[in-house]
Design a protein around this ligand. Sequence first.
Ligand SMILES: [Fe+2]
Ligand SMILES: [Fe+2]
Length: 301
Amino acid sequence: MYHDFNYEATLASSLRAQWQLDDVLRPDEDLDFSRHFMPESLARTAALDSLNPFEQRILNQISAHQYLSIFGIVEEFILPFLMDHARDDLRDDDWRVRALLNFASEEAKHIHLFKRFHQAFVRGFPVECQVIGPSEDIGAEVLRHDPLAVGLVILMIEWMTQAHYLGTIRDDGDLDPLFKSLMRHHWMEEAQHAKLDTLIVEALAEGRTEPQIDRAIDEFFEIGAFLDEGLQMQAGFNLAALEKAIGREVDEKDSILAQQHQAARWTYLGSGMVHERFKATLSLLSPRAAERVAEAAPMFA
Ligand SMILES: [Fe+2]
Ligand SMILES: [Fe+2]
């Protein structure tokens, strides 16, 4: 069977898995800056030979700052998307309304949690790290697209968080336990979001012809290219923060930039594009849609 997701069961699992902000990070809690924050499978800093281990760790932490910032940005456009989608039908299916509003409320909590981690990061890190934005503009650009294309981007994001957590378990390096806990708690709730988003995408695709689906996939790629541009710019900001933090200009700047941009492509785009569940939803929409995404995926590996 393709899936057995439904609103009632997903709401029940969501309510069982729910946690509070303080379960993950109290407002006064500090991150351990003597450790790595991101799993190597995402940060890819150990491969950078021109940096010494200390500098690699600083860049790993900057990559974690990027994680907090990028997820803050994407969850800020997921929230209005969900509100709009839920609003279309608030009467007929009580499980649907409750499941979607709970989903929205959890994303609002995640935004709050990422901000709290960001504050802890800023307290402990020696220099300021610049971030792309403003997030309102990024969100507006994404949300001006066909809701089906936006829904697919969000579905890709929900599934990728599952792969990210598995990366932290596989990582045998000494990750900061609080960051590991952030990934785990996010994974717990996102697992339900991915199911609900599958239902949302199916609802948005209903009754569409093959050319209409194809057009939505064009827009999916437009959003992907827009986000990818942001990731490239962010890689530049990250390198500037690294140089400020270590007090020297790095050698082989261009190759570090390209390598770190590629790491971000995998983290925020590729790891979702190749997720089996995401591919299954695409195949159901249209085999051609699945093919087009599969063809593009190696660029984001
Ligand atoms: Fe989230
Ligand atoms: Fe989510």
